[in-house]
Design a binder for this molecule. Structure first.
Ligand code: F6P
Length: 519
């Protein structure tokens, strides 16, 4: 397949960029005050507004032409049909089968997913109602998910967003190899009423295994070996390693290797979510994702939300030369979205070669950063307003509050719209040079009508598919992550060197000596 930047569609898009180069967002609104309607789309309570982007309706048509050049429709159908789109690992990427309620994916995959799901959900309910108990017979009050990356970030984001204050258990997430993460959680736990979930697709990740061993020792030292059988569970594709660790085979909740780590929160990796919100809400979460799957699979590209969101990023990053994107959820409950989107986008598409081994031409992924609004307004928004134009901006808002502080909520939403307007329009000329904000800073608005399991499922699936769209346009395999394996491998001899004092490369020798002397 030709490199996308060598196609006629890309050339046309580049010419279009040049035609628009002197037209500001303010000009676009002045020329077409109704563009807010023309450049926004809704799918079941999720609204996408691109009117503050430096685009016009013709741009949308050129986006669609580019997706044709990238054979997106075929590649999307290949993914849904179970082809090995994860080409370097020779696997399908069928996270969509985990929530497939209508036959979008092959029956074989759906039935495997359903069996795994039923087993996981049954256990979650047993924990919630007190049928599953600790080794001394007490109900569980705390659940600790020990995992990192996709085995922590997605579940923590969903639990933070949806969990009520009256649920039967408290949920904790321990990820970092820095023992402070384990200790600060451990110090609030009662061994008799704690359930540990070792969440790891490979059951090999060094951080997770170190923390799992620490938790196991802590439990065994207080309650004896037999406590493991009732108070540990494993969420993994590697059932052999989980058994070898000593996990009760009845407490190993598996998922297939055709589910990628950062796409696995819908699988057994989501057990902490199911315990946090219960079967009914977890099912609604899956239904929301499935609704977005059906939309992505069927909607014409001119109004296909994952396509529009992905192509807008490609436009900003490659044609408007904005290598970064600030993701600003104006909802404190959505604070987990920032690491989730960072991993999803930068671990999936932050690559230098295409699936066929050719150099990637252009920027296949953005540098994603951000934090919840309004907090970000008091940290990095200054640069976004007056600094060099380096970042596009993406707001995520929730129209209906989950509380009765309506005044606060309107202030939150007013700040979000105020920031979006300021980035788009700037201050205009009648202010001092030091007060001037240039504006013309493109930004997207995503609004959920309400924050619930269904809309959150839609939103997170939207980002999964947006990542696939961008990866496909650059002919990247979005489902492997060899880059992160390299760094991990370099750590292994260095761990040994901390006790032996030698055996490292010259680049680390001085730092190792200093760290050893001071530690
Ligand atoms: O970050 C690298 C990575 O492999 C992620 O893709 C994955 O989600 C994470 O590490 C944890 O891997 P595992 O679930 O196998 O412990």
């Amino acid at each position: 397949m030709p490199t996308i930047t060598d196609t006629a569609a890309w050339t046309r898009l580049t010419a279009h960029r040049d035609e628009l180069s002197t037209i500001t967002i303010a000009d676009l609104f002045a020329a077409d005050p109704g563009r807010g309607e023309r450049l926004s789309w809704e799918v079941s309570g999720l609204w996408l507004d691109l009117s503050r982007q430096r685009i016009n309706p013709e741009t949308i048509q050129l986006f669609a032409a580019l997706t044709d050049a990238a054979q997106l429709a075929q590649r999307r159908d290949d993914m849904f049909s179970g082809k090995s789109v994860n080409s370097t690992e020779g696997r399908p990427a069928l996270h969509t089968a985990l929530r497939d309620l209508s036959g979008l994916t092959p029956d074989l995959f759906r039935s495997v997913a359903r069996n795994h799901r039923e087993s996981m959900l049954a256990f979650a309910e047993d924990v919630r109602i007190g049928k599953a108990r600790g080794s001394t017979g007490r109900v569980f009050q705390d659940v600790v998910n020990i995992g990192i990356g996709g085995s922590q970030i997605g579940p923590m984001a969903v639990t933070t967003a949806l969990m009520g204050s009256d649920e039967p258990q408290r949920i904790h997430y321990v990820a970092n190899i820095d023992a402070a993460d384990w200790i600060t959680t451990r110090d609030h736990l009662d061994p008799e009423t704690t359930l540990f979930l070792v969440a790891s697709k490979t059951f090999f990740t060094q951080e997770t295994m170190a923390n799992a061993r620490a938790a196991k020792k802590w439990l065994v030292d207080t309650l004896g070996e037999e406590a493991i059988t009732k108070q540990f569970a494993a969420l993994s594709s590697n059932t052999l390693a989980a058994k070898a660790f000593g996990i009760n085979p009845k407490r190993i909740f598996s998922f297939p290797d055709w589910v990628g780590g950062r796409f696995s929160l819908w699988s057994a990796i989501g057990l902490s979510i199911a315990i946090a919100i219960g079967r009914k809400e977890f099912s609604a979460f899956l239904e929301g994702a499935h609704e977005m799957d059906k939309h992505f699979a069927a909607a014409p590209f001119e109004r296909n939300l994952p396509v529009l969101l992905g192509l807008t990023d490609i436009w900003n990053r490659n044609l408007l030369n904005l290598p970064a994107r600030a993701v600003l959820p104006y909802s404190e409950r959505l604070k987990g979205l920032n690491p989730y989107i960072q991993q999803l986008e930068m671990e999936s598409n932050g690559k230098g070669v295409t699936a066929t081994g050719d150099p990637v031409k252009g920027r296949s992924a953005s540098i994603v950063f951000g934090m919840t609004g309004t907090n970000g307004q008091h940290t990095f928004h200054q640069l976004l307003h007056q600094g060099p134009a380096v970042a596009a901006i993406e707001f995520i808002g929730v129209a209906k509050a989950r509380h009765d502080y309506v005044g606060n909520h309107h202030m939150l939403l007013a700040n979000m719209l105020g920031q979006a307007e300021a980035f788009a329009l700037g201050t205009g000329a009648d202010v001092s040079i030091h007060h001037a904000c240039p504006g013309n800073r493109p930004n997207t608005l995503i609004v959920l009508k309400s924050l619930d399991a269904h809309t959150l499922g839609m939103l997170m699936a939207l980002y999964e598919h947006k990542v696939f769209v961008e990866g496909t346009v650059f002919n990247i395999n979005s489902f492997d992550q060899y880059g992160v394996e390299f760094g991990k491998a370099l750590a292994v001899p260095l761990i040994e060197a901390f006790s032996s004092g030698d055996g490292t490369s010259p680049i680390s020798a001085a730092a190792l000596a200093k760290l050893r002397a001071w530690s």
